[in-house]
Design a binder for this molecule. Structure first.
Ligand SMILES: Cc1ncc(COP(=O)(O)O)c(C=O)c1O
Length: 431
């Protein structure tokens, strides 16, 4: 328990009155955070939470890492922001660093202000290069909620939020949800879910496929052969691959970028979230020299590549390597997986972590895989919240506890969560 903020109630009242919050809020939310350090956030009442959202998957090195704070503070006194048409030293250095780390043939970076914007720029880039209008996206794929990004985000609920029909040029192709494979249990996967996709891609004016290498909604990691087959098809048809690494990038999956798990060589790669080290916001649209060559923009450079955010991003990358956080992500992902299965809880249907991307899928019945009811899921979340665990619920069916703490999380903190989850599931079941 930390210190209570003197005017905690007044702050919460002001939040209620003046802040627009267009989301449903379970009991105890929103949490107004007064301080945060590492994996722990402290609210205005002094209550500590273990943050299994990492500030919505942004603070990969943990909240308020001293080296990020130092880099940002130093930059604040030097130069803050200039138009993206010009540049600053940290912006150029961050581009250089990222492009040296990026999978080839990715070679040039364009900075914007967030993930959705980065993806919209990627769509423009793909269309400008190929001179084709259509974009394929994956079922269950999430690429942002601004109007352009929404057109390649699969969720009907989100698409309806636009208040207008989505364009007809983009179309969905099947994802790999192996736990719920439509083709039933089989000894060997022949990637039947991609049957007919080549014909579909060929029948349209397809410029690109946009996909997260591993889908963050539900932590769906396709098997190697799934990616191999899709990649082969799109290469044959001359279709670009846009890898959305906004949530999977920067060590989250136990590799710097998730494409490395599959040996993918995207033509365009996007980034965001943690790229700014939690200081301000950055979007990244990067591409091969070839694809960049014809890029004639159509995007404003007002706040792209903010100098302070870039300085913090550079510090973040150093920390990831110096503190072994990418390795820790892989190690803690394995630890979490083993600890979750070891609970032997009848409601745990699947545990899916690649590094620290993913979570636990809850079912009513392990054999039928019937999804756990909404009321029970809400109760699980509420009780975890009471126990000081900040999480989100995600997944195609809304039954996955998304558990993505900072990459610096310790096994002791994961043990704390597992203990809280064990108690919570037993209570909700009425045991
Ligand atoms: C994979 C992916 N793409 C795009 C976005 C959109 O990013 P932003 O919320 O910064 O617009 C997100 C955000 O959750 C994401 O996870």
């Amino acid at each position: 328990m930390g210190d209570k903020t003197a005017d905690a109630e007044a702050i919460e009242a002001a939040d209620k009155k003046y802040v627009m919050r267009p989301w449903p809020h379970p009991a105890g939310e929103p949490v107004i955070v007064a301080r945060a350090k590492g994996c722990v956030v402290t609210d205005v009442h002094g209550k500590d939470y273990l943050d299994f959202t990492a500030g919505y998957f942004v603070n990969n090195a943990g909240h308020c890492h001293p080296r990020i704070a130092e880099a940002a503070s130093k930059q604040v006194t030097e130069v803050l922001q200039v138009s993206g048409k010009h540049g600053t030293i940290p912006m150029v250095r961050l581009a250089e660093r990222l492009m040296k780390l990026a999978p080839k043939p990715i070679s040039k970076a364009f900075f914007s202000t967030g993930g959705s914007e980065a993806n919209e720029i990627a769509l423009k880039l793909a269309r400008q290069y190929t001179k084709k209008p259509d974009i394929a996206y994956l079922e269950n794929g999430y690429h942002g909620l601004t109007l352009g990004a929404l057109e390649v985000t699969a969720s009907e609920k989100y698409r309806e939020s636009a208040g207008k029909p989505m364009g007809t040029e983009n179309f969905a192709i099947p994802t790999a949800y192996c736990y719920r494979c439509k083709f039933g249990p089989h000894a060997e996967c022949n990637v039947q879910c991609l049957d007919g996709v080549e014909e579909k891609l060929a029948s349209r004016q397809t410029a690109a496929i946009i996909a997260e290498p591993i889908q963050a909604v539900g932590g769906l990691a396709p098997p190697q052969k799934w990616w191999d087959r899709l990649d082969q098809m799109r290469r044959k048809l001359g279709i670009l691959l846009i890898a959305d690494e906004i949530q999977t990038g920067l060590g989250r999956t136990g590799k710097m970028f998730a494409v490395e798990h599959y040996g993918l060589a995207p033509d365009i790669m996007t980034g965001g979230k943690g790229l700014c080290g939690g200081v301000g916001s950055l979007g990244l649209t990067s591409a091969s020299d070839e694809v960049c060559r014809g890029f004639f923009g159509g995007t404003t450079p007002t706040n792209g590549g903010n100098a302070v955010s870039s300085a913090a991003g550079l510090a973040l990358i150093d920390i990831l390597y110096d503190e072994g956080l990418i390795e820790n992500s892989a190690k803690m992902g394995r630890y979490f997986t083993e600890a979750a299965w070891a609970m032997k809880d009848p409601w745990i249907g699947d545990v899916r972590f690649t590094g620290l991307l993913g979570g636990i899928e809850l079912v009513k019945n392990r054999d039928t895989k019937e999804v756990l009811g909404k009321a029970e899921i809400a109760r699980v979340k509420d009780l975890l919240h009471e126990a000081g665990m900040l999480i989100t619920v995600s997944g195609w069916h809304g039954n996955v506890l998304r558990l993505q703490p900072p990459l610096s999380v310790t096994s002791a903190q994961l043990d704390q969560f597992i203990a809280a989850l064990r108690k919570t599931l037993t209570t909700v079941r009425g045991g």
